[in-house]
Design a protein around this ligand. Structure first.
Ligand code: TYM
Length: 363
């Protein structure tokens, strides 16, 4: 038993999160992040979180819609290949440790430092800073808490999360310097290919659930919709198939998507289609996306038909997550100087990186 424990916990740790916004994840979520989560679940001690607390920071949905979206994204993560026996798949709001640690980190974050986060600027641009909730402003600090609670070594995310990861590293180092070694300083794991899938209608912007539908492929889109969106994707007028993200962002985005689904590289796909028309390439991209999205949507539907089972999987994930998060939070609170709630003084021991101490619960 002891030997087994050591083996299962000597792995390095990953943590990542996805918001339950909209009624489906979009292609960028899958290619930039989620497919790497699936690949990493065996090699790493993996924690994946549906970040529902973050999902109320902007245009909070109706309560029933939020519940449904949380189950939808859970079903999609399972359909993508996450296996609840090989990772901890859980919902952020099930663990009070996330906002608990976030508070301490907020108190360590400079106002100017938080104000430099470009996501807040971008997301508040439309309606103005004065109309935004404070939660949108502190969003990246809650994200830092999500990561640091699990002593994650790596955080698989898309390119747009680089700045939040930098803040997370800064806060981990600041806490460690002030209160003593407590948090692992995590590295972002950003894929070389597909780290930023672009909007099909406006290839200067990333594909996003918050943009117009025509430029965003949802993994719940039916084949006809996918074909139509890709057919209408904005490209350029020179007619030459060449991978050149600077000069030809729209076309290069299509090459990237095709490559991601065919285990190729964008440059190789460009070679394969050289001399052919854009229409031909677009048809092939649509075919590649549909070959993935169609069975994916069917599997998601099957999983959603049994919400009780989804809730059971999430409860199981929360229990695994809590074993790690609670040890870290108790340690951090003791280091800050908060009195323990009751009983003898809280121990300042914490699981080593990799979680050897609470191994039984983590594995
Ligand atoms: P969310 O839900 O907006 O995005 C989830 C993941 O999808 C990636 N992504 C993309 N990748 C490539 N191209 C795109 N067009 C594209 N759009 C989105 C994002 O980079 C992300 O990895 N702030 C996080 C949620 C979060 C989190 C965390 C992540 C909260 N706590 C802790 C990691 C660790 C977010 O953007 O979610």
């Amino acid at each position: 038993m002891q030997v087994l424990t050591l083996v299962t916990t000597s792995k390095q740790r990953v943590l990542s999160g996805i918001q339950p916004t909209g009624d489906s994840m979009q292609l960028g979520n899958y290619l930039g992040a989620v497919r790497n989560w699936v690949d990493m679940q065996d090699e790493f001690d993996a924690y994946y979180c549906v970040v529902d607390l973050h999902a109320i920071t902007l245009d909070p949905p109706e309560p029933e819609a939020l519940r449904q979206r949380t189950r939808i994204v859970t079903a999609q993560l399972l359909a993508a290949g996450l296996n609840p026996d090989r990772c901890a798949l859980f919902v952020q709001s099930h663990l009070a440790e996330h906002p608990q640690l976030s508070w301490v980190l907020e108190c360590l974050t400079g106002f100017g430092e938080a104000n430099r986060m470009t996501q807040f600027k971008d997301k508040s641009a439309k309606s103005g800073v004065d109309r935004q909730g404070v939660g949108l402003f502190t969003y990246p600090i809650l994200q830092a808490a999500d990561i640091l609670l699990y002593q994650a070594n790596y955080v698989p995310v898309g390119e747009d999360q680089r700045q939040h990861l930098e803040l997370t590293r800064t806060l981990a180092q600041r806490f460690n310097t002030r209160y003593g070694q407590t948090f692992v300083v995590p590295d972002a794991y950003i894929p070389k290919a597909a780290a930023k899938i672009l909007d099909l209608q406006e290839p200067s912007a990333k594909m996003s659930k918050s943009r117009a539908d025509a430029g965003t492929i949802y993994l719940s889109d039916d084949p006809a919709t996918i074909t139509k969106k890709i057919k209408r994707a904005v490209t350029d007028a020179d007619g030459e198939i060449r991978y050149d993200p600077e000069a030809k962002p729209g076309l290069s985005n299509l090459l990237t998507i095709h490559a991601a689904f065919t285990d190729s590289t964008p440059a190789k796909v460009a070679d394969d289609f050289a001399g052919q028309g854009y229409g031909h390439l677009k048809a092939a991209v649509a075919e590649a996306v549909i070959a993935f999205a169609e069975p994916f949507a069917a599997r998601t539907g099957e999983l959603l038909a049994d919400p009780a089972e989804l809730d059971r999987i999430l409860a199981h994930g929360a229990a695994k997550a809590r074993a790690v998060a609670s040890a870290t939070c108790i340690d951090a609170y003791a280091k800050v100087g908060f009195l323990p709630p009751s009983g003898p003084p809280a121990t300042t021991d914490r699981p080593e990186q990799g979680g050897q101490q609470s191994a039984g619960a983590v594995g």
